[in-house]
Structures are given as structure tokens and as C-alpha cells.
Design a protein around this ligand. Structure first.
Ligand code: FAD
Length: 511
């Protein structure tokens, strides 16, 4: 038996992917001697090994864990991520005519009267800068290949918001070393049976080589296998396939053409006839994945789209195929078992919401789990918050598809309001007459803020009528000065911030 007997809550985490190790490291730090944590994983089964894009919350999480940014960059082949560039989402490429827009992480600048957005909307569409370029400097900084910070800025700090692209397997490795150094016990073994007591609680797990393990709280991080929450406790996936259609991905990793090739600091997300392709630059390779709907595209056609995108012949590169059911379990915490990561749910790779949900779940468990008394007490609250978070993400992801004017069946089905989540049509009706604002959302259940919606809406040419017109607005002159200031800040930042690859190499070399 591997618990140390510290007297704290005995927590058994089953699964050693990003979900397992991040939860272990987080709870180890947050609960300290109040928890006696063991992580059990099967090296034979292995980890899913995808999930290269992260969300800005990762900086606070890594900082909380006491991880050093330079070490993180070195050990996970990480690069800086300043947002996502979307290509061909509004319409299919037509000769040279292509559409693209940026969703940066940085919030828009404000004026003395509040939001700049109405002033941007009141400018003539043919003459104004693209939305993200007009309201923040980050789009131009990222486009110019510049980093969001300098080497002199602090650990996980900088003048611009950022996240990372990183190697998923290496990230789990780094987190495991960190968790083990922090006192988490590690068992390499396979769960062969989960014992469920007559009252529905988990009584213990049988392993192949370590006998029976028993704990107060079991955390299911076994990925899509969902050994505890799914197979043993029978909680089904609440599918959202009728709203989010993608359910397959074909992935590949490729070397850069030359070691000095510029590094993109945004994820490139290029739409295709039945889904989209991610293209993520890591320090030494770039990862691509063709995401698609099996109801709209067969596997051969999807592989051909990926090969075309890369400009290679089929068979010239190694690829891997993955299938997933978009959805989540309505009850992720049942009695003495809570699921984190893919075992709890997965929607699709768009906007990189997998790891951020793991961060949210780990933080919630740390705060809601009482030091004594019944471990099931937080279940209802946890389930309500997680389900609401998944639902709000579904709405945000669907927005990316719903506004498209592409004509292929996949896109026409996406534009059909019958496939939209409840509430999206009503929000869009309101946003015809005012931009998204903070009162549209309940903060504790949101992953994305109102400005994330603004970047997608106005990147996708959504029209919001500023009914009163420019002359009736209180601060036109101030707003114009602010737009000019943003342009000049942008020029300066492009001089002051280092090229992205230079910063990554410099920090990686830092001893
Ligand atoms: P896994 O990595 O599958 O780990 C499961 C663990 O359980 C393994 O250690 C395995 O050995 C163990 N296990 C299973 N069964 C047993 C058993 N019987 N006994 C013992 N151990 C067992 N997220 C993002 O944040 N950004 C992205 O860009 C992103 N892209 C994605 C793209 C795709 C196509 C997919 C499918 C997912 C993506 N995700 C992304 C989600 C992300 O990959 C996951 O959230 C993350 O990797 C966590 O996975 P996990 O730890 O839950 O599962």
C-alpha cells in the first residue's frame, strides 16, 4: 500500500496524463499535509499525447506550482502563444481572396467613456483597421513575429497576455517530476477492476501488481477510458454532437524546414470543407491536426486535406488518427469519485479548452473538498459549475462556426440555428444592436470573457448597428486619439519586443 499515513485525506489519482499529473501537483501544493496523494498510472496504456495549445490561465497555475518559466520552456519544447489566427472561416478561399482574423489574448484598450468598440463600429467599414488591430497592439506584435515579453520580464509575467504551445507528453513529464518532488507517491500499474460498494461508492481498485488500493477520494484521470466514472459507475457522456459536429482528428508532427525558421506565436486555425486544421509551432517541431466531422467527411478525404495543406504526398509523413465524442458527463463527481480531464469530458480542440478545464477542476477540488467530513459534500456544486462551464464553452465554440458564410454541407449545417445551443440566437439578436459586454455572462461559469466574443464576432464581419451614429457618441475625439495611440504603441512594441524565436532560444539557454 502506497499511502504514507500522514493522517490527511487519502487521495488516489488514477491516470498519469496531463490531467492526472496536473491535478496531483496542484492538490499536493494546495492541500499540503492535509492530503496523502498517490498517482497510479499504466505506462503500457500511455497518454493521449495531444493538447499542445494552452490558455493564459496556465501561467498562474505553473507559477502557483513553483515552476520556473525558463525550465518549463526548455523541458516541454514550449513557445509563446498570443492567440489564434483563423483563416478561411468566413468564406472558402476564392483565388487570392482569403479571409483571416486574429483572436488575441489581450483585452481591448478602453477610452475614458469605457469600451472602444462602439467607436470602431461607427467607423466606415472600408476604411477602418481590422478589429483586433484597432483595439489592441497584440495582433500586430504577433503578426510581426515578436514575443509578448522580453527576457528581463518576470517569471510568467510580461506586458502582454500570453499562454504557451507545448509538447503534451513532455508537459505531463515535467508535472510528474514536480508532483513527485512535492511528495506525491507514484505507482506504475494497471487497474484491473474497480470495486463498487452496495451504496454506490468506490470501495477500492484492484491492480495487477500492487494488489488492492483504497482511498477516501478517487480521482479518475484515465482519459477517454473513464475507468471509474464511466465503466465502473456508469455515468454516461452527455453528447453535444448535434451542436459541435467534429469528432475526429488526424495529427502529425513535422520538423521545421530550417533551424532558424521564424516561430509563429499564435495557433493557426485554417477552416476546410468539413472542419479545420490546427498548426502549432513548438520550439523544435510543429504539430498539425485535421479536425473534422465524420458525418460530413470520410477519413480518406480528411487525410487528403491534411496532406494538401502540408504540400506532401500521402504516406510521406507519419500520421495518427483519433476519435472523440464531443460532450461531457453531467455528473463528474459522484460520491467519493471525481473525474478530471478527458474522463470528465471533451468538446473539441478549437480554442484549446482541454487543459484549462483541468486547471479549473483541480482548483475547484482544492477549494471545495473539506478537510474533514464527507468527501461527497461538494459533488452537487462541482457538477453544476462544471456543466455550466462546458455549456458556455459550447456556445463560444459554436459561435465560430455559426457566423460562417461557407457553403459546404458542414458549414451550412453549422449556420442552421436549429443546431445552435440554447441562448446563442438570443445573444446574437442583442449583439445586432450593442457589442457583447460583461453583463451578458456569469463570471464563475465562463472560460471566455465578453471581449473574446467581440474578437470572434467582429473578426467574422458581424454587423452591430450603433443606432445613434457617430455624432451622438460622447467621446469621439478621445476615441480617435486612443486608436492613434494604440497604433503608435504597436509600432514601438514591435521595436522593443524581441523576435519570438530569439526569446525562446535565449530563455531555453538560461541555466
Ligand atoms: P490521457 O492523456 O489519455 O491520460 C490517461 C491516463 O490514464 C494515462 O496515464 C493512462 O495510462 C492511464 N490509464 C488509463 N486506463 C488505465 C488503467 N486501467 N490503469 C491505469 N492507468 C490507466 N487540450 C488543450 O488544452 N489544448 C489543445 O490544443 C488540445 N487539443 C486536443 C486535440 C485532440 C484531437 C484531442 C482528442 C484532445 C485535445 N486536447 C487539448 C485535450 C487534451 O489532450 C487533454 O485534455 C489532456 O491531454 C488530458 O488528457 P488526460 O490526462 O485526461 O488523458
Amino acid at each position: 500500500m502506497s499511502f504514507t499515513g500522514s493522517g490527511g485525506r487519502r487521495i488516489l489519482i488514477v491516470g498519469g496524463g496531463t490531467a492526472g499529473w496536473l491535478t496531483a501537483a496542484y492538490l499536493g501544493k494546495a492541500l499540503g499535509p492535509g492530503a496523502d496523494i498517490t498517482l497510479l498510472e499504466s505506462p503500457e496504456i500511455g497518454v493521449i499525447g495531444v493538447g499542445e495549445g494552452t490558455f493564459p490561465t496556465i501561467r498562474a497555475t505553473l507559477k502557483f506550482l513553483g515552476i520556473d518559466e525558463a525550465a518549463f520552456l526548455r523541458e516541454t519544447s514550449a513557445t509563446f502563444k498570443q492567440g489564434i489566427r483563423f483563416a478561411d472561416w468566413l468564406h472558402a478561399p476564392d483565388g487570392d481572396r482569403r479571409h483571416s482574423y486574429v483572436h488575441p489574448f489581450e483585452a481591448p484598450f478602453q477610452t475614458e467613456f469605457g469600451s472602444l468598440v462602439p467607436y470602431w463600429l461607427a467607423q466606415a467599414p472600408g476604411t477602418r483597421a481590422a478589429f483586433a488591430e484597432a483595439v489592441t497592439i497584440q495582433a500586430r506584435v504577433a503578426d510581426a513575429g515578436r514575443a509578448p515579453k522580453t527576457a528581463g520580464d518576470g517569471n510568467f509575467d510580461g506586458p502582454l497576455a500570453y499562454a504557451f504551445h507545448c509538447d503534451a507528453v513532455k508537459l505531463a513529464g515535467l508535472l510528474s517530476r514536480h508532483a513527485i518532488a512535492g511528495g506525491v507517491a507514484h505507482v506504475a500499474d494497471v487497474v484491473t477492476r474497480v470495486e463498487v460498494a452496495p451504496d454506490g461508492a468506490i470501495a477500492g481498485v484492484q491492480t495487477r501488481d500492487h494488489g488492492r488500493l483504497e482511498a477516501d477520494l478517487y480521482i479518475d484521470c484515465t482519459g477517454f477510458r473513464a475507468e471509474l466514472i464511466g465503466r465502473a459507475l456508469g455515468e454516461p457522456i452527455r453528447s453535444v454532437r448535434d451542436q459541435l459536429f467534429t469528432d475526429r482528428a488526424i495529427t502529425a508532427k513535422l520538423p521545421y524546414p530550417r533551424a532558424t525558421a521564424p516561430l509563429a506565436s499564435y495557433t493557426l486555425a485554417t477552416a476546410h470543407e468539413g472542419g479545420w486544421i490546427w498548426d502549432i509551432g513548438l520550439a523544435d517541431t510543429h504539430g498539425v491536426g485535421c479536425v473534422y466531422s465524420s458525418a460530413h467527411l470520410d477519413d480518406e478525404r480528411a487525410a487528403a486535406i491534411l496532406h494538401d495543406y502540408l504540400g506532401v504526398e500521402p504516406g510521406a509523413i507519419d500520421t495518427r488518427s483519433l476519435a472523440f465524442e464531443p460532450g461531457y458527463r453531467a455528473r463528474q463527481w459522484i460520491g467519493n469519485c471525481v473525474a478530471v480531464g478527458l474522463a470528465g469530458g471533451f468538446l473539441e480542440p478549437l480554442e484549446a479548452t482541454g487543459i484549462v478545464m483541468i486547471e479549473a477542476a483541480a482548483a475547484m477540488i482544492a477549494e471545495l473538498l473539506p478537510p474533514a467530513g464527507p468527501v461527497a459534500a461538494p459533488a452537487r456544486r462541482f457538477n453544476a459549475l462544471m456543466a455550466a462551464r462546458y455549456d458556455t464553452i459550447v456556445t463560444f465554440l459554436k459561435l465560430h462556426y455559426a457566423l460562417s458564410r461557407r457553403r459546404e454541407p458542414f458549414w451550412r449545417d453549422n449556420a442552421d440555428p436549429a443546431t445552435w445551443p440554447a441562448g446563442l440566437a438570443e445573444l446574437l439578436d442583442q449583439w445586432r444592436y450593442r457589442p457583447p459586454g460583461r453583463f451578458d455572462f456569469t463570471l464563475d461559469t465562463e472560460t471566455f470573457a465578453f471581449f473574446n466574443y467581440q474578437y470572434v464576432l467582429y473578426g467574422m464581419d458581424f454587423g452591430t448597428v450603433v443606432a445613434a451614429g457617430r455624432n451622438a457618441m460622447p467621446g469621439v475625439a478621445g476615441a480617435e486619439r486612443q486608436f492613434a495611440r494604440i497604433r503608435s504603441f504597436g509600432e514601438r512594441a514591435m521595436q522593443d519586443l524581441p523576435p519570438h524565436r530569439d526569446l525562446v532560444e535565449r530563455l531555453r539557454a538560461d541555466p
